[in-house]
Design a protein around this ligand. Sequence first.
Ligand code: ADP
Ligand code: MG
Length: 691
Amino acid sequence: MQDRFSLNSSARYVKGIGPKVYKLLNKLDIYTVEDLLYYFPLRHEDRSQFTCINKIKPGNVETIKGKVIATNLRRSRRRMAIFQAAVEDKTGVIYAIWFNQAYLKNTIKKNTELVLHGKIESSYRPLQITSPEYEIVQDEANSIHMGRIVPIYKLTKGLNQKRLRKIMYNIIKSVNKVEEFLPEDVLKRNKLINIYKALGQIHFPNNKNEYFKAKERLIFDEFFMLQILVAFKRMRILKKNKGISHKVKRDFFLKLQDLLNFQLTNSQKKVINQIVSDMCSSHPMNRLLQGDVGCGKTVVSMFASLLSLSNGYQVAFMVPTEILALQHYRKFKSLFSKLNFSVGLLISSLNPASNKKARDNIENGKVDLIIGTHSLIQEKVNFSKLGLVIIDEQHRFGVLQRAELRKKGSYPDVLLMTATPIPRTLTIALYGDMDISIIDSLPPGRKLADTYWISEDKKSQAHNFIKRQLEKGRQCYVVCPLVEDSSKADLKAATFIYEKFRKDIFKDFKVGLLHGRMKPEKRDKVLDGFLKNKIKILVTTLVIEVGVDIPNASVLMVENAERFGLSQLHQLRGRISRAGFKPYCILVSDTQTLDAEQRLETLVNTVDGFKIAEVDLKLRGPGEFVGTKQHGITEFKIAHLLRDIHILEKARREAFDIIKKHPFLKNKCYDKLKKRINSKYKKSDLKLIGA
Ligand code: ADP
Ligand code: MG
């Protein structure tokens, strides 16, 4: 028996790959045999049918087969080599023409049988096909580039289509040595073809039908392997009985309810009940709280916090930005101090002394609830008795960072919150290891924002509109496109607008400036001024994207709106729908790109965060939702989260069934699967099975 084909072996020793080509392949991220086999074509071209020369239509891309009846090499006036061949089939003659390839005269000779593929340029007869791909017909049965459906790959400079196709063809010939790793019953139940057939057909399909079968098998694989890991993770959490069994202290809940100046919505109550029941059980809670911006997640997290605090535990609340940390700190402090719990703040811009003091207080249990940024997961931070971990805007953190905070306690309960809704598909694929709570309604009396998209030249009208709103007592955000690590030019733009407003356009109103590069004390002062309604217009940046909660602000103007993502704009708009005032959102943009137009139109026409999230997923892919930190998990090579949801659901069912019956895949029939998954995910954040 021949050696099994090792997916892990270097592609360097594959037929047709020398040191030079190997370097080029590296540029395409191809290092191993596996990388090569899973380097799927961008698309295919059907070259299985030849067009008769007399049926050819100018302008079309055609595949023709014929015999060379004459050739000619000449030089243009600029000394460029022009090689021409007249090719004839039973129905007519066509001229093929190539530039700068004088050597062709040695390969394409009179009487050569030739297949040509390319665009028909001229419209005079005899027609001309310019720089076609060609193949000399030698062995009909074994043709790689013609007479079949051929793969088209993404290339890199120095590597051409034919070269790469040939390499692929060679490796596919021995693909039947690839080991099947899916258990047989899974294959059967889901009517999937075996792996080597799938890999062969995905590159060089016999026909469309076989191609689709191959694709389905490979999509299934991607989802299935991820779902095995998700199921595995969930099982490990559920099995643990070492969590904290919190006890409900009703009087605390009633006191907090009294301190709030509103009634909880039914949706909030439902979600709080789910959380409480998790926290009271002996399994550690692992719950994701979703809801559209402004639906009132923070209040829910307060009740969760209170449960842990009233049982004598500490709560760690991690958020992605300092501004959000500051704001939550103020809010929690004002409420929880009335319940005799101390609230602390830990952010990186504290001076070393305050930082040290905050850490000491966490360690000796002097603070009960600590709010902070990434600073919370520093090594030096130790909790005295951590009972609950809350992570707001969880997608801004990586899996590892979230795990890090969890590890600061002994099986604490964990509550993750999202800023924007996550599309259902993504939730299944990526958060399947968690329980999900959804707040599905907004607090009563909320008015939905009217959103307008205007061009730059209508801005002065918008300014007048804003003035009238300010005169009515409202406040306004003006957001400029400045991201945290962006250029100085952007910062200048925000400052410039601020100066123009202050000195000219809005000189009768107090204007403030807030951005990420300001010192925390300064930022805090500005935010406080805006909160207290001293500042009327806040010129700012994406720093206010999440969480900032100033109910009296009901107008938002976004400069260069095309530079923001859909979810970002939806989040920003969430800043102004926080009270009963009619909110207005004005997007300023002169964009003419289709992509940006689509985003702005969506925003004008839709207020529902779940719908917006679906569109965003379609436009930008899953990366944005998951966070760049989880690199390697959502990067499907062939699966598509939206298009392939039915396959995802099948794969998920199979994976969860298997893990339920064989939690550690100990049965022999899973050996190959286990090996395959561990090697595929070795570079990702996910825990490997049995590792
Ligand atoms: P998000 O879900 O975006 O984090 P927040 O928790 O910040 O939303 O809540 C948005 C605003 O709605 C806050 O000003 C909050 O006080 C208010 N709010 C929350 N729940 C209710 C409710 N049940 N009734 C009225 N207002 C509420
Ligand atoms: Mg929030």
